[in-house]
Ligand binder design. Sequence first.
Ligand code: FAD
Length: 415
Amino acid sequence: MAIDFTPSPEQQALQAAARAFGRDVLSQVRAVIAPLAKPEDRFFATQPFYAQMAQAGFVHALFPKVYGGGGMSTLDFALAAEELTAVDINVPTTLLATGLGMEPILGFGTEEQKRRWIGEILAAPGERLAAFAFTEVTGGANFDCPDPAAGVQTLARREGDEWVISGQKHYTTNGSGWDGRGAHLMTVVCRTDLTRPPSESLSVIVVPGATPGVEVKGYLDTAGHRAVCSPRIHFNEVRVPVGNLLGRPGDGEAICWHAFSWTAALIGAACTGVMRAAFDIAFAFAKNDKRSGAVPVIEHQNAGYMLVDLKMRIEAARYLTWKACHQLDLSERSSDELAIMTKIYASELCVQVVYDAMRLVGIDSYTDLSPLSGLMQDALCFPLYDGGNMGVRRRQLHNKFRAPGYDPMAASQAR
Ligand SMILES: Cc1cc2nc3c(=O)[nH]c(=O)nc-3n(C[C@H](O)[C@H](O)[C@H](O)COP(=O)(O)OP(=O)(O)OC[C@H]3O[C@@H](n4cnc5c(N)ncnc54)[C@H](O)[C@@H]3O)c2cc1C
């Protein structure tokens, strides 16, 4: 068995196509959203870019060929994602959030459920968004707390052939849809019985955004990821058929881990893309700018060494991401330790790399003379979202390490 990091001709073509899409299309996003004060207006303004991304096949790529998708592996998605996020974080994150919203269906849906909801998204891929409604307005960190009185409080009570859902979520990326009236569908993390522990009650139910009782209450304004939609969504006695439950009551925790392992690995690619953008800016500055000195900044040893350190860290994050994605693909997600580690490692590295790029460029990096301060705002999101690195360490990795029979070599050797 060879260990081979050489992208195939198809993968090289994918990278080249994604790079061209970034250069020709996504490079325009920043100028379009910059003058817009309201977060929802910035998000809505990215719809034409998302539509072009769908036209280029990236929404289809989320789904297996058997359901009409492009069947892109997680590894191939990472190759494309790095190219896209090196140019713009917003539109690729909207795509990632559609993927996150659909992951519970892909992982735990019946054949009929998969065909139906994937088919609906693919019928209008540039217009229909999916969203994962996980985070409660009271916090997400303790969603799986074994105490029935704590954790997720969004309740789905059974009434005849329907679930009646009540609760309040926020940060439901894409949850507003493009018209502010609700995403095409949301996979909603809820409890089917607030007196039973999560192992018996935590569930995920599919809710079409147009269902009466779904209310988009407003939008959070984020420091970075400026055109990513972070709405607050209220579920006011929302009625959906019992057949919209994915798996069984109590499967909710496994569904969340399944969905978050996919995003965790791909966030490694997004971090690599943002680090690459920061490096390119610092590198061009060091090569071309003398800062009123006699020679370009790169001729100074400290600047050269800093660039070397930046580049090394980017390379390390890239190959860890590839390995984590490859392993998710090989193991059908059962081996997720590297994916989670990639999310933590690459996101914390990204903040450090962008900061070091700013140190290299100096004070102009803190102003509108340079895109670096914007990249820093984007980078700060990575360790905080997708479960938050503190939470991911605690709930996923620490729990794995504590489990009887944990094998420290399993993550790197899994096939
Ligand atoms: C751009 C963006 C996109 C997002 N997309 C989505 C999305 O699509 N869907 C969605 O549902 N959410 C989304 N989120 C929210 C995101 O996933 C959060 O990271 C997640 O909900 C958990 O946040 P938190 O860990 O800060 O939790 P909180 O519950 O707010 O916790 C706050 C702090 O308290 C600490 N804490 C709480 N309890 C404990 C404990 N028991 N032990 C130790 N420390 C504790 C946490 O570690 C954390 O540091 C998004 C956020 C952003 C910014």
